[in-house]
Write a protein that binds this ligand. Structure first.
Ligand code: KG4
Ligand code: ZN
Length: 350
């Protein structure tokens, strides 16, 4: 081991909760030495959504290779690793099972500690890599394909759920909307690109605020509104293509308005000046611009990770894993993945 690596915690981290396989080497929870990703976009594209069985198989096929690549890029030998961190949930059970089984086998073979990590906890703390100035307590907005959650975060492991979606997640709404517009999967990034040349048009997409006091979300009405709009107004492929940028802009704007409103409302209610945003939808251009803009008016700073740390990645798993590792909290080799793991459940013990 090189001299500078001594007395530092270096974890090999594995993420396989959905359709991205990722392996990272993270040092001290702060430095990303490698963060390798194999996207499965090409596998699921033609089905218009993630096919769980195909996702699990693909994780299995690529994991060996990704682990070797992550070691190589970090210039690590097996003996330089101090522990294995892995996503335990939430996610697709078969996909999680591949990562957890692989991590358990590695931990056993190398005789290293195993640390289970909640995927959402990864998204919550990914911004810390780039913004060490983030303070606690803060408000965290997690917006991904499976989740739309607002948390009050006091410190690692201490979270209060303030609001969540009652139906579709924000990313799910964008993916379903894009599908109705005849676009590919995942639709979020495609709508993002299209929206850059779109402008406001007179479509009455709903902004579901539920009630004045609620910090919950609801996006299913948006889908219905889009379906009705397309049914009434768009009668040919040519007509659809003509308005796609405007449709994309207005559809995203309806989602973004609600996210910005509720996140700001949460920060004001708890007297907090920092909003930390994570999950795939946090890569969205309009959300990034508009939450920052609103923050300027309210004296609130919002933190968005770089796009590669917004979507699923193993570096965020390594970051949280290092925290538990350094506190002496480990998982046993009986660790099992859990599809609906809540952020408040514990899976490591001292
Ligand atoms: O966090 P993530 O990679 O996986 C989950 O844990 O779900 O999030 C994936 C979601 C998808 O719904 C995808 O459409 C959305 O994030 N997404 C985006 C963008 N990039 C990814 N949505 C809007 N704009 C983007 N640039
Ligand atoms: Zn995610």
């Amino acid at each position: 081991m090189a001299k500078e690596q001594m007395n530092k915690t270096s974890l090999l981290a594995i993420e396989s909760s959905c359709d991205e396989t990722s392996v990272a080497i993270v040092r001290n929870g702060k430095e990303i030495l490698s963060n390798i990703l194999a996207s499965q976009e090409g596998v699921h594209n033609r089905f218009g959504g993630v096919v769980p069985e195909l996702a699990s198989r693909r994780h299995l096929e690529v994991l060996d290779d990704l682990v070797l690549k992550a070691l190589k890029e970090a210039r690590f030998k097996w003996r330089d690793i101090h522990g294995i961190a892995v996503t335990v949930g939430p996610g697709l059970i078969g996909a999680l099972l591949v990562g957890v089984s692989y991590a358990k086998a590695l931990a056993y073979a190398l005789d290293l500690p195993l640390v289970g990590v909640n995927h959402l906890e990864g998204h919550l703390f990914a911004p810390l890599f780039e913004y060490p100035e983030i303070k606690y307590p803060n408000i965290a907005l997690i917006v991904s394909g499976g989740h739309t959650h607002l948390f009050l975060v006091e410190k690692v492991g201490h979270y209060t759920l303030l609001g969540k979606t009652r139906d579709d997640a924000a990313g799910e709404a964008l993916d379903k909307g894009a599908r109705m517009m005849g676009l590919g999967f995942p639709g979020g990034p495609i709508l993002d690109r299209l929206s850059s040349s779109g402008s406001r048009m007179k479509i009455d997409f709903p902004r579901a605020l539920i009630s004045r006091d609620s910090l919950d979300f609801s996006f299913s009405g948006l889908k219905t509104a889009l379906r009705d709009y397309l049914h009434k107004n768009v009668h040919s492929q040519e007509a659809l293509e003509k308005i796609l940028p405007d449709l994309a802009f207005n559809f995203i704007q309806a989602v973004v308005d609600v996210l910005v409103h509720k996140a700001t409302q949460a920060a004001k209610r708890y007297g907090i000046k920092q909003i930390v945003v994570g999950g795939g939808v946090s890569a969205n251009t309009l959300l990034r611009q508009q939450l920052k803009q609103r923050g300027l008016q309210e004296g609130i700073t919002s933190f968005f990770p770089s796009p590669s740390l917004c979507t699923d990645n193993a570096a965020m798993v390594g970051m949280v894993g290092c925290h538990y590792f350094e506190k002496g909290f480990f998982s046993s080799l009986n660790l099992n993945p859990k599809a609906n793991l809540s952020l408040l459940e514990k899976h490591n013990s001292a």
